[in-house]
Write a protein that binds this ligand. Sequence first.
Ligand code: FEO
Length: 393
Amino acid sequence: MHTIFPDIYWTGCIDWDLRNFHGYDTPSGSTYNAYLIIDKKPVLIDTVKHYGVQEMVARIQEVIDPSKIQYIISNHTEMDHSGSIDELLKFCPEAQVVCSPKGLEGLRRHFKKDWRFKVVETNDELCIGRRTLKFFLMPMVHWPDSMATYLADEKILFSNDAFGQHRASHERFADELGIDIAFDDAAKYYANIVTPYGNQVIKALDALKALPIEMIAPSHGLMWRRKQDIERIVALYQKWACYEPDKKVLIIYDTMWHSTKMMAERFYELIDQAGIVVKMVSLQQVHISDIVTDIQSSRIVFFGTPILNNRMLPTMAGLLMYLKGLKTKNRYALTFGSYGWSTLGFKELEQSVQDAGFELLSKGQYICFIPDKPQLDQLKECIPIITNKMKGI
Ligand code: FEO
């Protein structure tokens, strides 16, 4: 039994086996967090993926008979949180399903059922006995229906996807697991799930600013309970929502016969020698969901590919299509690569990089066949442009 406060329990599901969350690499699994509040009218906040319903019900049964649950709060329609409502209602047929107006639309479309719904708006309150719950709609953080539920008595924010992380663990609190791991997981989560919605995140943070918060209980991963951790994760969300990078360069490349790799390595040496933090990743070795996490902290990104059949390599095209959807801002880029007889594919690369929200710093650096030493040395002409763009960060 996971008691997080007297009469408040974690009753979620640990998905140890999850390795792919619609394209997001999850090497450490995940959790779907449900929270049970025992009061005059017992409440369950969020549910779990459909295949975790037995685990969730068993955890609830450790505390109460599920038929006593009066409200199921659906903070978010996406099926990792609402996917077992239908099954759960068989255990508590009298429960009302509490959701936002867009949540009502989404749940009806998913389940084709007319449950006993209670639709709430921002600042609406729900008295459950000794305690009162308050709701805050957070449209597009990260779906139209998303909302948070606040428990004023214990000062807990049930934030749904916001502030979450994909991590399966026995621990329930970020400070128990290892705080740096939790922050790294949260950065990856934001980069892959929340990046397109910076403006909406800022609005949500503004709305929540007035609330005293002593615990953030998200719907994935670990809860945040220490004051310094809550302040830090909120500050990071503010920074990420404003698309603020660190003073860092990221070199992303793929290669066929090592020519583009030679260029990437020379760029790495030159940037390192200029005293700038630089990281290099190969698209053959690193998953794109980890690469976008590094982009989140990088001011300048180098994109390198050779030409294959007049095109950039498909790995680079895939990354750039993913980035186009994430719509990052305030980032600069430089393109590079090797070719045999046609440079046409580099025009497409440059356009795709711009379509993904990056501003090109200079013309791309492209070398025919195998780079020789003078050609590699000539790449140093790009370095003053890099150092200039880092000023003021
Ligand atoms: Fe974790 Fe948007 O669902």
